[in-house]
Design a protein around this ligand. Structure first.
Ligand code: UDP
Length: 243
């Protein structure tokens, strides 16, 4: 994709989509959208539209993959060919294989996998529309899908990126900022536990900038965590009238 000629931050301090540097994109979450799955969630994070479905704990196939002391957690991140502007090949890419791994590793510390030895828990992530930050939105959605499936967990995992764009530290980069900015740092955490389960970065920043980005990304995670909890509660807590 070509580099953007336009400034990414205007003189008024606004970004290409009209946000201020510390603003999050709008986030909308729906729980239990795939009835055939044991747990599922749909997230709209800005223009990202992502579906996460969880199956299990169930019998492991092939059986020799089974672990004697815990459940086997598998994750498949897939981007639909129509999800991006330049059509993506339907064949699994190296990027999708890598993202499947980092998403699984970001979620694994939150789960009590030892409760389900010799079983598998499968997470399927379908990116229907992408606009930067799909790994973060996928982690947020997959964690709710796991909660919806009733998998015992220490805390939900929530993810958000911070980065550097036109010399400014910004929250939650979109696709143009991701591609043309100076740095992008996705972070996933368990907010109640204060534990970080994913931290990646591309680009170069000073130590002070890194600190600012870390704090900002954690702030973003805490905001999304509130939306995550609200979505779960609205699914499971019904008033007497609703019942
Ligand atoms: N992207 C794209 N074509 C691809 C893969 C990615 O246009 O084949 C875009 C998409 O909008 C994605 C963004 O590039 O969200 C950034 O991708 P990256 O690999 O940094 O992962 P992400 O930020 O989505 O976690």
């Amino acid at each position: 994709m070509e580099k953007s000629e336009k400034p990414l931050i205007t003189e008024d301090g606004l970004r290409t989509d009209g946000r201020g540097p510390r603003d999050l994109r709008p986030v909308k979450i729906e729980v239990g959208v795939v009835k055939n799955a044991d747990g599922s969630a749909y997230i709209e994070h800005g223009k990202n539209k992502i579906l996460a479905a969880v199956y299990g704990p169930s019998e492991v196939h092939p059986r020799h993959f089974a672990l004697q002391d815990r459940a086997l957690l598998r994750c498949k991140y897939h981007m639909a060919p129509f999800s991006v502007q330049d059509r993506k090949s339907p064949a699994p890419s190296r990027r999708e294989i890598e993202l499947s791994k980092v998403i699984r590793e970001a979620l694994e510390p939150s789960l009590f996998l030892e409760y389900y030895p010799r079983t598998s828990i499968d997470i399927f992530i379908e990116v229907l529309q992408a606009d930067g930050g799909t790994r973060c939105a996928s982690i947020t959605a997959a964690s709710i899908a796991l909660a919806d499936a009733g998998i015992p967990m220490r805390d939900m995992v929530v993810a958000c990126a911070a980065g550097k764009v036109d010399g400014h530290i910004v929250l939650d980069l979109n696709d143009i900022e991701d591609k043309n900015g100076e740095a992008d740092m996705p972070l996933a955490m368990m907010p109640n536990k204060g534990l970080i389960t994913l931290l990646q970065m591309d680009g170069l920043v000073t130590q002070e900038e890194f600190k600012q980005m870390l704090e900002l990304a954690m702030e973003g995670c805490n905001l999304i965590y509130q939306i995550q909890k609200k979505a779960l509660k609205s699914t499971f807590i019904k008033t007497v009238e609703e019942v």
